[in-house]
Design a protein around this ligand. Structure first.
Ligand code: NZQ
Ligand code: ZN
Length: 382
């Protein structure tokens, strides 16, 4: 398929690269230093950032929560306007980065900023932003997307705009040393599912994209389980770079994309507060099974090239590939059923109603994930 591809994010990868901030942000700027609940203060990242920015004018905003909220980010928008901030530095995981993207766009938006998320109102400007990533997972550090929730209405919506694409991202794998296992698990699974959403569709014979995607999947399968026990710089580096490459536009250029596992996943987080990646691990195996006809060729390719499954009839190969996928999630410490979170039958109708309310009635690369099929997938995932 035709495509235009550009990724403007300058990547500063490796140990000690936070120091690059000093030259990455022009000293003319007044910088909003935005972060989350304080992990950066206990792991030394905050101090490294302050040292690098000692000659810059800085205003701080903290408290951007996991699954960043409209309510919190709008407080930052007020601060940005009051203080005439003209550059935003996000220091944190995907939630801080996404929150900052929304802040950047909302501060320049003429009208009610919630419309950017709820009504796809066009973003025509944003405050420029850069990132110090502390959790490899979302790819937000070098893509144009952000996901923001409104707590009062239980809505979790995404928007995208080239104006919020970060200008640079510092990826120092050392920041991963302080990550709790739960967040390492989340990161590996989220990155894995991002690749699957762009790979597991129908073939357009895009060999470069397919082989890049397969290389990333294999890297996560090989290195992911090691990240918990091995205190290994190379393991951390490989996982971190895989997560960025999984969703920076490269493997998705010129190929059909799915995103229906994410569509259902966002509703699970909105209603029940599960971590983003936890929702994906519940849904993906059943999505693969439900869509086995539509995705047949790619599922067979995935089975063979990722898991070495070449024997048996098509359905058997697909079943085995799904089992292997779920076992991989378990191997990195991720649960794969609603019941693991004490959620049962009642979620089925609640989630379907939520999908309907958000017009998520024809998802996926062929718009084949109807409400009825989503319902089957959710029920099969209990
Ligand atoms: O808030 P702090 O104190 O920093 O703690 C965070 C948070 O509690 C902690 N953490 C982050 N780095 C740490 C650390 N703790 C110790 N050491 C470190 N180095 O981890 C917790 C979770 O952080 P969060 O940013 O929420 O995680 P993640 O990066 O998984 O981001 C999830 C959000 O990104 C969205 C998700 O929907 C969710 O809202 N996504 C964004 C995407 C995008 N922009 O392209 C795509 C994804 O599909 C996803 O939807
Ligand atoms: Zn995701």
């Amino acid at each position: 398929m035709n495509f235009s591809y550009q990724n403007q994010t300058a990547i500063h990868f490796g140990q000690g690269q936070i120091a690059k901030l000093a030259k990455s942000i022009d000293k003319q700027h007044k910088v909003l230093l935005a972060y989350g609940g304080g992990s950066i203060k206990s792991n030394g990242v905050y101090q490294q950032v302050l040292t690098a920015l000692k000659d810059h004018a800085i205003v701080e905003f903290s408290g951007i929560e996991p699954n960043p909220s409209y309510e919190t980010t709008m407080k930052a928008v007020e601060l940005v306007k009051e203080e005439n901030v003209d550059f935003i530095l996000a220091v944190g995981g995907g939630s801080v980065v996404d929150g900052c993207k929304f802040i950047a766009a909302a501060a320049k938006f003429d009208g009610e900023p919630w419309d950017i998320l709820a009504k796809n109102a066009p973003v025509n400007a944003a405050i420029p932003l850069g990132v110090v990533l502390t959790l490899p997972a979302t790819g937000s550090e070098s893509n144009s997307f952000a996901v923001v929730s409104k707590l009062s209405t239980k809505d979790k919506f995404a928007f995208g705009s080239p104006y919020v694409h970060p200008l640079f991202a510092v990826l120092d794998p050392d920041v991963m040393k302080s990550l709790p296992d739960r967040q390492l698990t989340n990161g590996i699974v989220d990155a894995f599912v991002h690749i699957m959403e762009q790979y597991l569709t129908y073939s357009v014979n895009a060999k470069v994209q397919d082989r890049f995607a397969e290389g990333l999947l294999l890297t996560l399968i090989e290195e992911g389980p090691k990240v918990f026990s091995a205190n290994d710089d190379e393991v951390r580096a490989n996982v971190m770079w895989s997560a960025t490459m999984a969703l920076n536009g490269l493997i998705g250029a010129g190929v059909p994309q799915d995103w229906s596992t994410h569509g259902i996943g966002h509703e699970i987080t909105a209603l029940y507060g599960l971590d983003h990646a936890q929702t994906l691990a519940i849904i993906l195996p059943r999505m693969m099974s439900e869509m086995r006809k539509e995705k047949q060729d790619k599922l067979v390719q995935y089975a063979a090239r990722i898991w070495g499954i070449t024997e048996g009839d098509i359905d058997k190969k697909i079943d085995q590939a799904i089992e292997k996928t779920e076992s991989f999630f378990h191997a990195v410490g991720m649960k794969t059923r609603f019941a693991d979170y004490n959620l049962n039958e009642e979620v089925v109708d609640a989630l379907v109603a939520q999908l309907e309310r958000h017009n998520q009635t024809a998802m996926g690369e062929r718009q084949a994930v109807t409400l009825e099929r989503s319902k089957r997938i959710i029920r099969a995932s209990l």
